[in-house]
Design a binder for this molecule. Structure first.
Ligand code: ADP
Ligand code: MG
Length: 265
């Protein structure tokens, strides 16, 4: 079966929380089946709001979101087949690892035998076999986050949303988890929408990167394209600085020198 190019589709989506300011502005974005796409942007640029609308915890003010070709505005979150991982782990602290993973299966009324198999499989995917009876408080930050990843995948979702899932981890752990998540994505082929404000994380993990700014997608490109554009930008801006210095040195007026560098735009 061929992969759907617009497996997820944001069509003219606006979002306002207060009825005045738009925090997401006319978002148009197609996400292919099996793709790993990252929303990259500074804090407040609207990334989490987009995930929340896709997951069903917020409603678009205008526009529509489609999943697998169907408009989803009237489908409640637990019927959308979407797994989620948040920055703050959000495990249930009073439940064991097993119970945390069993929860999304119980909501979906999966029989216990089948649920146990899925839980085993999900725990082995994140290398945490043998941890089923631990409480979250008995796990390190990295282990807790791996449980959160396992929980988002345990019910075989069609789509997984990850909102800055590694933000609370230290650098080494973050890098090894980037690799683990990427590996899981490649091995099971699930569609992932990943959110981060960390550019190197986005460049490492993604098939495509949507650069967010002020509620809009400013650029949509592959990691290679994004990297090249930024390199060119960097080179050109240092070239401009050098020319300014040379002009100053020659005692010319900087204002009189006009540069035409279309690539900077
Ligand atoms: P990001 O995830 O990129 O940091 P958010 O989607 O969280 O951005 O926020 C975008 C804008 O929407 C921000 O200005 C934020 O303050 C505002 N916002 C986010 N969630 C809410 C909410 N529940 N109620 C009101 N405003 C919100
Ligand atoms: Mg956010």
């Amino acid at each position: 079966m061929s992969k759907q190019k617009d497996f997820v589709k944001f069509e003219n989506v606006d979002k306002s929380y207060d009825g005045k300011v738009l925090v997401v502005k006319n978002l148009q974005l197609d996400i292919a089946e099996g793709e790993f796409i990252t929303m990259l942007g500074p804090s407040g640029s609207g990334k989490t709001t987009c995930l929340m609308m896709l997951a069903g915890f917020e409603t678009p003010t205008n526009g529509e979101i489609y999943l697998g070709g169907k408009a989803i505005s009237s489908i409640p979150p637990h019927k959308r087949g979407i797994g989620m991982v948040f920055q703050n782990y959000a495990l249930f602290p009073h439940m064991t690892v097993y119970e945390n993973l069993a929860f999304p299966l119980r909501v979906r009324k999966i029989p216990k035998d089948e649920a146990d198999k899925k839980i085993d499989k999900a725990l082995s995917m994140v290398s945490l076999q043998g941890f089923a009876s631990r409480m979250p408080g008995q796990l390190s930050g990295g282990q807790q986050q791996r449980v959160a990843v396992a929980r988002s995948l345990v019910f075989d979702p069609q789509l997984v949303l990850m909102d800055e899932p590694l933000g609370a981890l230290d650098k080494n752990l973050r890098e090894s988890m980037q690799y683990e998540i990427k590996h899981i994505h490649e091995s099971i082929g699930v569609t992932v929408v990943y959110v981060t404000h960390d550019q190197s994380e986005a460049l490492t993990m993604s098939n495509r990167i949507a650069v967010f700014n002020d509620g809009k997608v400013q650029q949509l490109s592959s990691p290679d394209e994004l990297y090249e554009k930024q390199l060119i930008h960097l080179l050109l801006s240092s070239l401009v600085r050098t020319i300014h210095l040379m002009v100053k040195f020659q005692k010319y007026q900087v204002e009189n020198v006009k540069l035409n560098l279309p690539m900077l735009k």
